[in-house]
Design a binder for this molecule. Structure first.
Ligand code: HEM
Ligand code: HEM
Length: 191
């Protein structure tokens, strides 16, 4: 009997929700900053934005490692093939943007001549020399990628909620932290 896991591992689940919280914090810091006039607060929000973005990049690397070590669980029985394929494409797109978006931010900071570090003790190299022209189009790229990420997240979260509320299948349960008072079978026999 081959045993297939029906859910993601606890590490994958906690990393997923930590990543989602960091993405929310990134949009919050960027958008709140736009309405702030105080220079010191604007600088602080951008410092936090950069730090959170770099932490997200590191977390996404860990997630990718976890994902390569343990593939996604097989589709729920009865799920149409097109839905499973579309979900796979959206997940792939999300992973891609979870790297491209922070990478464009890092490039943008470098082109603006801003030295980066992690928590003040791990200096990060500049990815390019200071260059105002490049900084301008990298700013555009960073903003455009953020809209693409937002669109994919909306599609993804909307689909997850539709599965939970309309279809009432176990899709959302696959990403629920374990031990939350509902049954989440970890294995299913394959015929
Ligand atoms: C998933 C990760 C990230 C998301 C979702 C994100 C999102 C955003 C958004 C929505 C903006 C405002 C864009 C606009 O409309 O002009 C922005 C601006 C910016 N971000 Fe990010 N960002 C991320 C990661 C990073 C990282 C890692 C860095 C640098 C290390 C960074 C540096 C910047 C800078 C320098 C700006 C421009 C702020 C300004 O207007 O002066 N971002 N980001
Ligand atoms: C910034 C926000 C989010 C990002 C970047 C994100 C990203 C991802 C990625 C990359 C996967 C694939 C996991 C893998 O195969 O390793 C995934 C799975 C999943 N996500 Fe999200 N997610 C976000 C928010 C949400 C929200 C808000 C919900 C629920 C409303 C949600 C529900 C799920 C579910 C249920 C799965 C598992 C789908 C399956 O059974 O294969 N996600 N997410």
């Amino acid at each position: 009997m081959v045993v297939h896991r029906r859910a993601y591992s606890a590490a994958q689940i906690y990393a997923h929700w930590a990543g989602a919280a960091l993405v929310a914090a990134l949009f919050a810091t960027a958008w709140v900053r736009e309405g702030v006039e105080d220079t010191a607060l604007r600088r602080l929000l951008l410092d936090w934005h950069r730090l959170v973005g770099l932490v997200l990049m590191a977390l996404s690397l860990v997630r990718l490692g976890l994902r390569l070590a343990r593939p996604a669980p097989p589709p729920l029985p009865g799920m149409p093939v097109w839905q499973h394929r579309l979900a796979g494409l959206v997940h792939g797109g999300l992973y891609l943007l979870l790297f491209l978006q922070p990478a464009s931010g890092w490039l943008l900071a470098s082109a603006r001549g801003r030295a980066l570090d992690l928590f003040g003790w791990l200096p990060l190299p500049a990815l390019m020399a200071k260059n105002a022209e490049r900084a301008e189009w990298l700013g555009l790229a960073h903003a455009s990628l953020s809209w693409a990420l937002l669109a994919l997240v909306a599609l993804h979260a909307g689909a997850a909620l539709a599965h939970a509320v309309v279809l009432k299948d176990g899709t959302l349960d696959r990403m629920r932290p374990p031990g939350r008072g509902f049954s989440r079978p970890s294995t299913v026999p394959e015929s």
